[in-house]
Ligand binder design. Structure first.
Ligand code: KIV
Ligand code: ZN
Length: 404
């Protein structure tokens, strides 16, 4: 580890400004969702793009899960430079040894080990006592530390865990050598205020808690993964775990692009730095959509096809006059090619004129009035009006065109 990366691991930059670390788990938690299985080459392509995006830590997979997963994590560790490479491991010897082998070739690496902490998991799934869980967590972290300097520990289902027991397990992991403590909202159950309270409690009650990087890991079962992550950050978390397009188990994980955009737009509430290259958000989202079997919904925040599309006449008028009237960030700032004025039945004259201008066409006032009337009639029948429709309307109305 270089001096700088030691500083980074505690959430500090050289200049002393606090940095929020991004751990991307698209290739691990994201890949665990239906339709998101990726082949070896696809994972490598995605990993290179995540490096270009500037993520700090790249969770490249779950090496014990399959020979294919192991090979992909190993190849990413060998080839991809920039992010620290981590592999997931249950709190078991075989998992940890396999993860250690998978990440050993990375320029900087981490082992992320986890064990359930909630009673419901311990009783019904693990069938072990709380004391056994504490012993197993400590042993897993110690074993991980025998391979790498940087160990992250996750008490799984932390948000449904008795807070006193959660604190106990976290302290055992820290004493055994973990420097990052992740608080997974495994089943997406938490509300922002509750989630924030866990971080406040840990920061207050863990001795020398400033040495530890606390991390968010939120699932979206109640649609609150991003809100919970941001609440965690406001309560002192300095690492966020997230995925591109929010893919992940069930309803998904917190979407990286939404967290990054919230930090950028609401810098007033998040005076933090990050390594994310904002203009790479859209290309990264596009690449993932190309690789997995579905793209994100058109109304998806930040990277959806409609995220910067304006159809209503009032909004179009405002955006054409000054984009800030209805856009809180520019499309270009997150790598989206250009603002979209979409023509439909809610569009006004100005939007029509603007689109014609894009096509190199300028009309006289009266011709524009005629065309606009025809356009609204057509828009009542058709959901979206394309350039071809406009050209056909112009032709049928035999409007004399003036090249602009
Ligand atoms: O959601 C979860 O609990 C996880 C852990 C393995 C970190 O993904
Ligand atoms: Zn998860």
């Amino acid at each position: 580890m270089t001096d700088d990366s030691k500083l980074k691991a505690t959430g500090q930059t050289e200049r002393g400004a606090e940095r929020l670390l991004f751990l991307d788990t698209t290739l691990r938690d994201g890949e665990q969702s239906p339709g998101c299985t990726m082949h070896h080459e696809e994972k490598l392509r995605m990993a290179h793009q995540l490096a270009a995006l500037g993520v700090d830590i790249l969770e490249a997979g779950f090496p014990i899960a399959s020979a294919g997963d192991f090979e992909s994590v190993r190849a990413i560790a060998r080839e991809v430079r920039g992010p620290r490479i981590t592999g997931l491991a249950r709190a078991k010897r075989e998992d940890i040894e396999t993860a250690a082998r998978a990440v050993e070739a990375a320029a900087s690496n981490r082992i992320h080990t986890f064990l359930s902490s909630s009673d419901i998991h311990l009783e019904h799934q693990m069938r072990i006592s709380r004391q056994q869980a504490l012993d197993q967590a400590g042993e897993a972290v110690r074993l991980s530390r025998s391979f790498v300097e940087d160990v992250e520990f996750s008490p799984m289902d932390a948000t449904r865990t008795d807070p006193e027991f959660l604190l106990q397990m976290v302290m055992v992991a820290i004493e055994a050598g973990a420097t990052t403590i992740n608080i997974p909202d495994t089943v997406g159950y938490s509300l922002p205020e509750e989630y924030a309270a866990i971080f406040r409690m840990l920061k207050q009650r863990v001795p020398d808690s400033e040495r530890i990087t606390f991390s968010t890991h939120c699932h979206d079962d109640l649609g609150m993964a991003v809100a919970n992550s941001l609440a965690g950050v406001q309560a002192g978390a300095r690492q966020v775990e997230c995925t591109i397009n929010g893919i992940g188990e069930r309803a998904g994980n917190a979407a990286l692009e939404e967290i990054a955009a919230a930090l950028m737009v609401r810098r007033d509430r998040f005076p933090l730095t990050s390594g994310i290259v904002m203009k790479q958000l859209y290309p990264t989202s596009q690449l993932l959509s190309e690789i997995v079997t579905f793209s994100c919904s058109p109304n998806k925040a930040v990277v959806g096809a409609n995220a910067f599309a304006h159809e209503s006449g009032i909004h179009q008028h405002g955006v054409l006059a000054n984009p800030l009237t209805y856009e809180i960030m520019t499309p270009e700032s997150v790598g989206v090619p250009a603002s979209n004025i979409v023509l439909g039945k809610h569009s006004g004259r100005r939007a029509l004129e603007h689109r014609l201008k894009d096509l190199g066409i300028t009309l006289t006032r009266s011709d524009l009035d005629v065309l606009y009337r025809r356009f609204t009639e057509l828009a009542d029948r058709k959901k979206l009006i394309y350039e071809q429709d406009l050209l056909e309307l112009l032709q049928t109305q035999q409007i004399a065109l003036t090249e602009s």
